[in-house]
Design a protein around this ligand. Sequence first.
Ligand code: TYM
Length: 331
Amino acid sequence: MKNKKVMLTGVRPSGNLTLGNYLGAIKNFVEKQNDFKSYIFIADLHALTSYVEPKKLKESIRNSIAMYLSCGVDFEKTTIFKQSDVLEHGFLGFIMTFQTKMGELQRMTQFKYKSQNVGKFGVDTGLFVYPTLMVSDILLYDTAIVPVGKDQQQHVELTRDLAERFNKKYGDVFNMPDVFIAPIGNKILNLQNPEEKMNKSDNGDNKGTIFLLDDIEVAKKKIMSAKTDSLNQVKFDEENQPGISNLMSILSKITGESFESIENRFKNKGYGDFKKEVAEAVGDLLKDIQEKYKKYNNENFLKNILQKGAQKARRVANKKIKEVSKVLGLN
Ligand code: TYM
């Protein structure tokens, strides 16, 4: 354990987790968890960048832990914790805003996208500076690798820039993290609008998003009614066939089958047959996750995991904060 490097990732607990969260981040984390000192956390402070009803947030936090376990996170080996249980995240987040230029945050595509969709409440400063909180999440644990979906790549790159800037000014305090973006499934698209990413909020009707707790039949229907094209060929061509390519990514990421093999098998078949197979694969995946979810969804059991996780994370984070305070002259 001692020589293993650190892997860390976080997921916002805003609503139920999606197939995008699973295939883009959690699955990759699970596959690597034994090779690293692994941390996965519920990014509940990040969830506050948009208004969430407190009762719903509480429910989502609880669902998240049970979900991580159902997706294969091993609570014996991996540290699972809640961001707000470790106050050091906020502290370092504040310090890191002093290392960050306004322009760097204005360039963040997630900020640009999300600030257009805030509705009547307007854009909070929190939405603007949240990447610096993510920077601190990563740097507190001497993280070596951060498995995320494509949409979070820019934030990990910012983390590297800020770590380098800080280290140059104050000495070698932070480890330089690498992003891990899997070649397949790093951007699962909305099933009804394959120009856009599959998101937790999906303009109301949710037909384009598969939630891991969706009723199996409903999830299969979402796949069967996914928007495709009129070319009638199962081919991986993201530019001209984004809908079909998205379904191929989903199938390939779940089963491990290559695009080439999928293309060959469906050469003389219609989209109906292809979609049916994707629907079955998604249905089987959800069934497995949901069966485990029932088993894990136990209040005391989950509380215990979070308490242990928080204790361990606090120890590590506190040590780093002491180092940071010392080099800044705050100690
Ligand atoms: P969040 O909660 O939006 O998403 C969690 C993870 O799921 C990935 N993801 C996707 N991947 C592929 N296709 C999709 N459609 C899709 N939708 C979401 C995201 O890329 C992410 O990896 N700021 C982060 C959470 C965070 C974090 C961190 C992550 C906070 N601190 C530190 C890593 C390290 C976020 O909002 O992710």
